[in-house]
Design a protein around this ligand. Structure first.
Ligand code: MRU
Ligand code: ZN
Length: 412
């Protein structure tokens, strides 16, 4: 499973909102929580950790200087959790965040938070946003108690172990935190939001985002991870032999950007990085691995059909069926046709067969002319099968159904 781990202050939410709203709420309540709850284990631990005759003065001093001391974070967390639960506090998130969280999850990434604010305050922060409950999309929360300091490599190793992912993607506005994560083998991206304190920070070698825009690095990471999983699955079915086959996913429609698997690799062993981004002609839009030789055809299929995912496999049953039926493979009176959105009885489905070629613009023209909007597949003669759908899994389902039906027609 591939994880995206998020910092909060300056990354998902305005630093000012945390400081102004939350600190202002906590400040006048510190004394009351310290005395009225003195017998609770949390407050007892806070008092024990401060080791001073006047813990309240120490807490106020830390708050004034924004010292991220664990006892202060714990007490603030308790106060804020109550404030959120009482409806007296609402958390701030940048407007691009809710959509991005949903997108990354849709692609198959899992989401975690690593913030210096205590887990007790992180949960209500996500749960009580101005956009509603964003906590439903967050699977894990880590703070300086459960993981360790944010600028230490060991904290990121601890989180990676807990997530069972050796290289999660960490998004933060603090370069020193990104350095620590990178040292632990993580992927990283700096977040330099306009108007935030770290807007002009030096992020060194870390890629930098100004917002979580569709198609930007976290999207590519989530898509790359999902395509790698699907590819391994298709390879396991024996349809990606000898580096054959490729997959793609639309990142954005305007401008048209397609994430496509890298060329010439063993499709059973792809990683989230084995991905290229191409334009509508199949040309790479930036540095990175070489795009699939068939990227141009993927792009054309995604444009013509409106499908967001395209799968290409060297499925022997498809090639054999097309060889026997070069004018189109006819399928009828099969229960499996329902999986294509067609009727099990009395329907006649023709899967088009196109001449193969090495020029993807030419094959794309043949595709545009021959494809049937009611049939989400074509066979390239003596080559393989193309299917498409809203997700890579949906496109795989079409390939699975067709393999069964092609094999069936061949045994007639
Ligand atoms: C046995 S490789 C066949 C390739 O030419 C091609 O048809 C294919 O499916 C894989 O190409 P790729 O460039 O790796 O995406
Ligand atoms: Zn191929």
């Amino acid at each position: 499973m591939s994880w995206i781990v998020l910092d909060i202050e300056g990354t998902t939410s305005a630093t000012e909102a945390v400081h102004r709203d939350l600190y202002a709420y906590a400040r006048p309540r510190l004394a009351r929580y310290l005395t009225e709850r003195s017998e609770t284990p949390e407050v007892r631990a806070v008092r024990a950790a401060i080791e001073d005759d006047d813990p309240l003065a120490v807490l106020h001093d830390w708050m004034d200087r924004d010292v991220k001391a664990t006892p202060l974070k714990t007490l603030q967390g308790l106060i804020w959790a109550d404030g959120f639960a009482a409806g007296e506090l609402t958390s701030h998130f940048f407007p691009d965040v809710p959509g991005a969280l949903a997108r990354w999850r849709r692609e198959g990434a899992r989401l975690a938070v690593f913030s210096s604010g205590s887990v007790a305050s992180q949960r209500p922060w996500f749960g009580h946003s101005a956009f509603g409950d964003l906590g439903t999309g967050i699977d894990r929360y880590f703070d300086t108690v459960t993981a360790g300091p944010k600028r230490e490599e060991s904290s990121y190793r601890r989180i990676a172990d807990a997530l069972d992912d050796p290289s999660p993607l960490f998004l933060s506005d603090v370069p020193a935190e990104l350095d620590a994560a990178r040292a632990a083998g993580w992927r990283t991206a700096g977040v330099a939001r306009p108007g935030e304190p770290q807007e002009h920070a030096d992020f060194g070698a870390h890629p930098v985002l100004a917002e979580f825009a569709p198609g930007a690095l976290p999207d590519r990471y989530a898509v790359g991870a999902a395509l790698a999983v699907e590819s391994a699955r298709l390879a396991g079915l024996g349809w990606m032999r000898g580096t054959s086959g490729n997959l793609s996913r639309v990142l954005t429609r305007d401008p048209f950007r397609l994430a496509v698997t890298a060329s010439g690799l063993d499709k059973a062993d792809l990683t989230a990085d084995d991905l290229a981004v191409v334009d509508a002609t199949g040309r790479a839009t930036g540095p990175g691995p070489r795009p699939s030789a068939e990227a141009g055809l993927h792009a054309r299929i995604a444009e013509v059909t409106g499908a967001d995912s395209v799968v290409h496999v060297h499925q022997l049953s498809a090639v054999r069926a097309a060889r026997r039926h070069p004018d189109g493979v006819v399928l009828h009176d099969l229960e499996m046709l329902k999986g294509l959105g067609r009727a099990a009885h009395g329907d006649r489905v023709v899967v088009p067969v196109l001449a193969n070629g090495q020029d993807m613009a030419e094959v794309g023209d043949r595709f545009a002319a021959a494809h049937d909007p009611a049939v989400p597949a074509v066979v390239l003669a003596a080559h393989g099968l193309y299917t498409w759908g809203p997700t890579p899994a949906a496109a795989r389902h079409i390939a699975e159904l067709l393999d069964w039906m092609f094999t069936y027609t061949l045994t007639d």
